[in-house]
Write a new protein. Structure first.
Length: 250
């Protein structure tokens, strides 16, 4: 199993005493990778009937109902969060099918690593975050986030998640100054140190190099929200650890 899949890393960290969204993983019915079944030209052609043959939609619906709307919906690899209102942010039962189709289309069309696998649905508790502004034209919240890079019991480095070039169509003109203030406040309030403690704990139970993402909730709690093998994650090239982090594991 590819380690970047939530099916690999989430079961290994879900019972740690680290704040994180309640999550239910629902593997595809045949344990297959749906993206491998579609070519680029077929990315938007999987019908609802075909989708239901690969994904247990009734179970997804029940899980969303049990967690309570809204929910955060993603595959085991990606949420396509930049298309927020049409992808991962699900407010009602009627959203489920078209939002899964949206994430699937993105997964097929992604040119990184020849497409992004899709072998499970993750239904996650939606936790309101300490939103700074929204962006990308789909109402995606830009929140205080830190990304840590870990390696077998040690922390290599940490970086504020958002870079200015990454932001498109911000909802307010003062977004740069607000993001700068949010970053500094997270350091002054000790949020970065709390995340560091959590990242270190994860590094001691999960072998290898990983990126670990934390996001600040509206309630003031920092949540573990995502992980990936470090060589697959964005990392600033001017960091002295860049070559080490981008090195593909043997």
């Amino acid at each position: 199993m590819d380690k970047t899949s939530m099916r690999y890393w989430y079961p290994r960290i879900k019972d740690m005493s680290i704040p994180q969204p309640r999550t239910e993983l629902i593997p595809n019915t045949d344990d297959d990778d749906i993206t491998a079944l579609l070519s680029d030209t077929e990315a938007d052609t999987m019908s609802e009937m075909e989708l239901r043959s690969h994904i247990n939609i009734p179970l997804v619906e029940r899980t969303c109902e049990n967690l309570g709307y809204p929910v955060f919906l993603r595959s085991d690899y990606t949420s396509h969060k930049h298309d927020w209102k049409r992808s991962c942010f699900v407010t009602c039962k009627e959203d489920i099918i078209p939002h899964i189709q949206n994430i699937l289309e993105f997964s097929v069309l992604a040119n990184i690593f020849g497409g992004i696998p899709f072998t499970a649905i993750a239904v996650r508790e939606y936790i309101p975050m300490a939103q700074i502004f929204t962006a990308f034209g789909r109402g995606m919240p830009v929140n205080p986030e830190w990304r840590f890079f870990i390696d077998n019991g040690q922390i290599l480095c940490s970086h504020w998640y958002w870079t200015e070039p990454a932001i498109q169509f911000p909802s307010i003109r003062t977004w740069k100054s607000l993001m700068f203030k949010a970053r500094n406040k997270s350091i002054e309030d000790g949020g970065n140190r709390k995340c560091e403690t959590h990242a270190w704990a994860i590094s001691n139970i999960l072998p290898g190099k990983w990126s670990v993402d934390f996001c600040l909730g509206a309630n003031g709690i920092w949540y573990l929200i995502d992980m990936a093998e470090s060589f697959k994650s964005w990392h600033p090239e001017d960091c002295h650890n860049h070559k080490l982090i981008r090195q593909h594991p043997q």
